[in-house]
Design a protein around this ligand. Structure first.
Ligand code: KG4
Ligand code: ZN
Length: 377
């Protein structure tokens, strides 16, 4: 049996988790900072770092208590050390190094993006046979197509193992989660925007399905698909299209430039309709790119066996449906994390650390915090 302590502090969640054998989550504690950043409409790095410092030790204590484990029983200390906000990363990395040094335990640095793609392997201790990839061995899962959809990343990878990833395509401007957050700000529906916009879009979709008598109307926001075979993403056009629909075209130039309308001029039903339009275009784009990537890999003779999805936007209701539909249509296993492991968490860090640990890949106390990812050139 192996037991990993994972620590995550790359952005605005302070998290710690204990994971057994790389798959069974014995505790998953997340202290969210949404309340601290809400009034600014986005994450303020200095506030995030300070909150991490205040919370990291209580969060680790809580994770140990919930797992009924002691630090002595832990085999290694894992920490997300890249990519992220540098001040935030440093708090988790310093805590992990201190523990590793004082306990003489191995230290393992984990790439946050890679960890998101491991999250589908995890299940809670009381339902240990219920991970989305239940019962499957690496040979059944890989080669896989990996999709990371978060606030900072929108990338497709060919994966030959949890640690071997080749970039196939990525966003050339905004990440999809970032576009969700900006769209929510345009519609003035609050922070964090992604989950709120998703809920609104869903309620609109449910209402229209209930009352629909004719075929689906033409979309009002178009998908940006780039060149015919491109596996890259672009979300800035969709965001701007929504901005102009909601606020009108900007009038005047330079300092005198202004909008004539705002989201306050919309009814709740109109906001929900725009949320729905945005969701259809944003996730529709992901659907098209997944299919292109599967076709691309198969055209190269690569027998893709599964679709692995990770990152905050994997919590999205429409994306979860689309992933299942695509999986069925293409004969792929679908590894989309349980809801508890979609957003930033430390269980994915501890889980992936188990893979490193078994391969003897451990770090020393010079482990750096790195703001950019090592996976994206
Ligand atoms: O992975 P994550 O927690 O942090 C990063 O590594 O970026 O992802 C956060 C992102 C945010 O942009 C958030 O708005 C988005 O994931 N998100 C969602 C949903 N839940 C979270 N976007 C769309 N629909 C959701 N249900
Ligand atoms: Zn993340």
């Amino acid at each position: 049996m192996s037991l990993m302590l994972g620590i995550e502090s790359s952005c605005d969640e302070t998290a710690a988790s204990l994971v057994e054998n790389g798959r069974i989550v014995r505790s998953n504690v997340i202290a969210s900072q949404n309340d601290l950043h809400e009034r600014y409409g986005g994450v303020v790095p200095e506030i995030a770092s300070r909150a991490h410092v205040q919370r990291i030790l209580p969060v680790i204590d809580q994770a140990l208590t919930q797992a009924g484990a002691t630090l002595k029983q832990v085999d290694a200390i894992a920490v997300g050390n890249r990519p992220g906000l540098i001040g935030s990363l440093l708090v988790g990395v310093s805590a992990a190094k201190s523990l590793a040094w004082s306990l003489s335990k191995p230290l393992i640095g984990i790439d946050h993006v890679q960890a998101h793609l491991y999250a589908a392997m995890l299940s809670p201790a009381d339902q240990s046979d219920a991970s989305p990839l239940n019962g499957l061995q690496p040979g059944d899962i890989f080669p896989a197509l990996g999709l990371v959809v978060s606030g900072g990343h929108t990338s497709l990878y060919r994966m030959d193992s949890p640690l071997q990833m080749t970039l196939l395509g990525r966003t050339i401007d905004d990440a999809v989660g970032e576009a969700y957050d900006k769209a929510a700000a345009i519609l003035k529906i609050g922070f964090p925007g992604g989950p709120k916009l998703d809920k609104m879009a869903q309620s609109h979709a449910n209402q229209t399905t209930a009352s629909m008598t004719c075929k689906r109307p033409e979309p009002k926001l178009r998908m940006t698909l780039l060149e015919k075979e491109s596996l890259d993403f672009s979300y800035s056009g969709l965001k701007t299209a929504l901005l102009y629909q909601v606020r009108g075209f900007p009038q005047g130039r330079g300092a005198a430039s202004h909008f004539t309308r705002s989201a306050d001029d919309l009814t709740e039903a109109q906001k929900a309709e725009w949320a729905h339009e945005f969701q259809q275009a944003a996730i529709g784009t992901v659907r098209v790119k997944i299919q292109r990537a599967v076709d691309h890999l198969r055209s190269q003779g690569i027998n893709v066996k599964s679709l692995l999805v990770g990152g905050g936007v994997s919590a999205n209701s429409l994306l979860r449906q689309e992933a299942q539909t695509l999986g069925q249509a293409n004969g792929l296993h679908v590894g989309i994390p349980r809801m508890a492991y979609c957003l930033d968490n430390a269980a994915m860090i501890a889980g992936l650390a188990d893979v490193h640990f078994r391969l003897g890949r451990v770090d020393d106390l010079y482990l750096p915090a790195i703001a950019t990812t090592s996976l994206v050139p």
